[in-house]
Design a protein around this ligand. Structure first.
Ligand code: NAG
Ligand code: NAG
Ligand code: NAG
Ligand code: NAG
Ligand code: NAG
Length: 429
């Protein structure tokens, strides 16, 4: 690909951004993924010229099949808004290669970039002409396929992430016991699905059961926690991440953010966990030479060239507990800012600007973690688009991530950043 082709790709993206964006998100009204309903959103850029007259949802691609719409929404000249529908997401199936157990042939490029999950939306103008098309898309290889991004250090990209990445209900943990606090389930997609959809930063609170699960294999002793509730064993999630990275050659950042149970001094838990990480990810984890280099300065290109696809951030103030003089696969934390959206949403942008002023974001990677409550429906794409576009936020990590179209937003902003820094776009492939 030469750089002319690259620019055309950008113009296409910019054009889409300037149309009145219409997209689908997932409500949090059910703990079960397939029971969760869809929300239709439009905005924020819409103006009198481009606010759609109607938005319609279909269960089949209306360009390919003649099919009646399932629901019709009238934006009523509002320049942004959202309407919850009664349509349930249903079972999702990815295209061939991207389902976790798919067999496929290595050397065939299974086209999947524009693959839509279950539903399609079209918007129409007042004379009933289609003005936009959208769906919930998968983005299994956005880093690999957007070579314009390869020369950017990680700290200059927007990396969409989930907070409490392992906190979702599965059929088996539904049966396992009577959950008292259902608010601990803060995601609706499992980690594999999150990665296929485009998430590239994951965080986990981990607990270690020593005596309680004494008979268990080491692998069964580490659990995902949310605060003090254990949710599910972590090992199979780690295997899924490994499998995804090997398949996609994308770069995934994992933050082991808290060690909430069983990691007390003398427990040996950190050492055992580190060994488990080493055995699982040793061959594809980025190596920290402990020479003062920041992991946020690495570029996608450097990582891919070295065949390193997992960056493990380990939130332990003293990585030297492991007595390592040099190489380790664990990296120290990035800057971190948290906004707790339980507060009045109207004040978030003020708080956000204050955070930005106080954070030294230009020279280091930083994570914005947004915590919200299920009951609070106002996590708004308009907010993200403006905030992310105007700042240099690096990782954005969300619970209830798919209440927003965080992935599209991140990818658009990355393209805009690439476009405005053309000196980075110097490679011809
Ligand atoms: C709707 O879009 C069509 C096709 O672009 C255009 O010809 C028509 O004038 C538009 N109608 C209105 C009311 O803007
Ligand atoms: C990971 O998350 C924790 C807690 O959310 C945060 O304090 C920390 O800065 C993050 N750590 C890394 C290693 O990025
Ligand atoms: C967020 O704020 C609410 C209300 O102030 C508080 O109850 C909650 O514990 C906070 N959550 C976090 C993770 O800080
Ligand atoms: C939000 O902002 C308004 C006015 O700007 C202020 O009166 C109110 O106290 C703020 N609320 C919080 C929770 O900071
Ligand atoms: C992002 O900011 C640029 C320049 O400030 C602006 O031209 C563009 O429209 C903004 N994009 C979005 C999606 O808001």
């Amino acid at each position: 690909m030469n750089s002319h082709v690259t620019l055309l790709v950008f113009f296409k993206t910019v054009f889409i951004v300037h149309a009145c964006p219409v997209y689908l998100t997932l409500s949090t009204n059910s703990l079960i993924q397939k029971e969760s309903t869809l929300t239709v959103n439009w905005g924020p850029d819409c103006n009198n010229q481009n606010i759609p007259a109607k938005i319609r949802i279909y269960s089949k691609n209306p360009y390919l099949y003649e099919t009646p719409s399932l629901e019709e929404i009238t934006p009523d000249n509002k320049n942004f808004g959202k309407v919850e529908t009664n349509l349930k997401l249903g079972e999702i199936k990815f295209p061939r290669k991207w389902n976790i157990n798919d067999q496929f042939e290595e050397n065939i490029d299974y086209e999947s970039d524009s693959y839509c999950l279950n539903f399609f939306i079209l918007s129409f103008n007042h004379t009933n002409h289609v003005i936009s098309f959208n769906c919930m898309k998968i983005n299994p290889q956005w880093m690999t396929k957007n070579k314009e991004l390869w020369l950017f250090p990680l700290k200059q990209l927007v990396i969409p992430g989930t907070h409490c990445s392992g906190c979702y209900m599965t059929t088996s943990n539904m049966r396992r016991r009577n959950w008292k606090n259902l608010e601990i389930f803060q995601q609706r997609f499992n980690v594999w699905q999150q990665l296929v959809l485009g998430i590239r930063y994951l965080d986990f609170s981990v607990g270690y059961f020593r005596s309680f699960h004494e008979t268990l294999d080491i692998k069964g002793r580490f659990w995902v926690f949310n605060e003090n509730h254990e949710i599910t064993p972590i090992f199979s999630i780690l295997e899924d991440i490994l499998h995804f990275c090997e398949l996609s050659k994308e770069i995934v950042i994992i933050n082991f953010s808290n060690f909430v149970y069983g990691f007390h001094e003398g427990s040996g838990a950190h050492e055992i966990f580190k060994k488990l990480l080493q055995n699982t990810f040793g061959h594809i984890a980025v190596i920290n030479m402990q020479n003062g280099k920041l992991s946020s300065d690495l570029t996608i290109q450097q990582l891919k060239t070295a065949s390193k696809y997992v960056l493990i951030l380990y939130n332990y103030n003293d990585l030297n507990i492991f007595n390592e003089q040099k190489e380790t696969i664990l990296w120290p934390q990035w800057n971190h800012n948290q906004i707790n959206i339980t507060e009045n949403v109207a004040n978030i942008s003020t708080r956000f600007s204050e955070k930005i002023k106080s954070a030294d974001m230009v020279n280091e990677g930083w994570i914005l973690e947004i915590i919200s409550k299920k009951s609070l429906k106002d996590i708004d794409n308009n907010f993200f688009i403006q905030m992310l576009n105007e700042s240099l936020v690096n990782v954005i990590s969300l619970n209830f991530a798919f209440l927003t179209n965080i992935i599209d937003i991140s990818l658009n902003i990355n393209n805009q950043r690439a476009l405005s820094r053309q000196n980075f776009i110097t490679i011809d492939f």
